[in-house]
Design a protein around this ligand. Structure first.
Ligand SMILES: Nc1nc2c(ncn2[C@@H]2O[C@H](COP(=O)(O)OP(=O)(O)O)[C@@H](O)[C@H]2O)c(=O)[nH]1
Ligand SMILES: [Mg+2]
Length: 277
């Protein structure tokens, strides 16, 4: 699966999607951090940066990186704006048995990828970074109003995907076929897409595992409380409607939505050891 030490196999074993909109400033540091984390993984990893709606030099910056930490970097353009649309396009462009996505600012320390991969390799289908995990180290400098909005948002997400403490952390890893199947039916194109993506994975039989992350607020966020708050709640409604249980007669048994006991999310204690400085 990991390929030879000297050459990158044609089919990667892990592909990591990085959505990027107007990220020329934050991407260089973000990719450097991601590269440092990938250097400890076996060869055969690829990074897919999905650029959409950028009006700056994001694409030019990405083209400068042929590889990071031994992983080739691909640039993908997505015509539709929105983080959800970009991650969906990135996931659908993957072929690897394991996939994931990270924000361009690497607010969640990508060192946790090694933990996520270990859990995927032991048969877990979805592993998500969670700032609400008791072992997470979170340096949250968001404004009080954004924190309050996030708390309300979290309460409402429970209606769509119960049991996941933090659906919005930009650090999620998946079994490839599960992620591609979930992404194929994704309706939400904006910041609330994670909720629908997780709920669709649960419908496919996944039991999301939450792992601790080291997370810090990185300045230059593309999320605007004024422009994106209302639309994020509207997206939740779209997800809830799209995922509502269908009458039994019209849904094949294998695709029946809903959370049975086996699909309940679980929380794991698996923060990687702190990096030595
Ligand atoms: N391609 C693409 N990426 C986006 C879009 N909107 C947000 N993103 C990316 O989604 C990620 C969101 O993280 P960030 O802006 O740090 O938001 P925050 O951490 O929630 O404040 C970043 O990598 C953004 O560049 C979009 O319309 N298109
Ligand atoms: Mg961020």
């Amino acid at each position: 699966m990991s390929g030879g030490a000297s050459s990158t196999p044609l089919r990667p074993w892990l592909e990591i999607v990085v959505p990027a909109r107007n990220e020329e400033q934050r991407l260089p540091a973000g990719l450097a951090e991601l590269g440092a984390a990938l250097a400890s993984l076996p060869t055969g990893v690829q990074v897919v940066v999905v650029d959409s709606a950028s009006t700056d030099g994001t694409a030019t910056v990405v083209r400068r990186y042929r590889a990071i930490g031994g992983a080739p970097v691909r640039l993908l353009r997505c015509d539709r704006p929105g983080k959800g649309a970009a991650v969906r396009a990135g996931l659908l462009a993957t072929t690897a048995p394991y996939v994931g996505f990270c924000d361009a600012d690497m607010a969640a320390d990508p060192a946790a990828i090694v933990v996520a991969v270990r859990l995927l390799r032991t048969g877990n289908l979805v592993v998500v970074g969670s700032r609400s995990h008791p072992e997470s180290v979170v340096d949250d400098r968001h404004t009080a109003i954004r924190k309050a909005g996030a708390a309300v948002f979290r309460a409402v997400t429970g209606l769509v995907v119960p049991g996941v403490g933090d659906t919005q952390c930009g650090f999620k890893f998946f079994d490839g076929p599960t992620a591609r199947a979930a992404a194929a039916s994704l309706r939400v194109t904006g910041f609330a897409f994670d909720v629908e993506l997780l709920a669709r994975c649960v419908q496919l039989g996944a039991r999301p595992i939450e792992i601790p992350v080291r997370w810090r607020d990185v300045t230059g966020s593309t999320f605007s409380i004024w422009r994106h708050s209302a639309s994020s709640f509207a997206e939740l409604a779209v997800a809830w409607w799209a995922l509502r249980p269908q009458p039994a007669a019209t849904v094949p048994a294998s695709a029946e939505p809903g959370l049975d006991a086996a699909a309940q999310p679980v929380v794991l204690n698996s923060l990687p050891p702190a990096e030595q400085s």
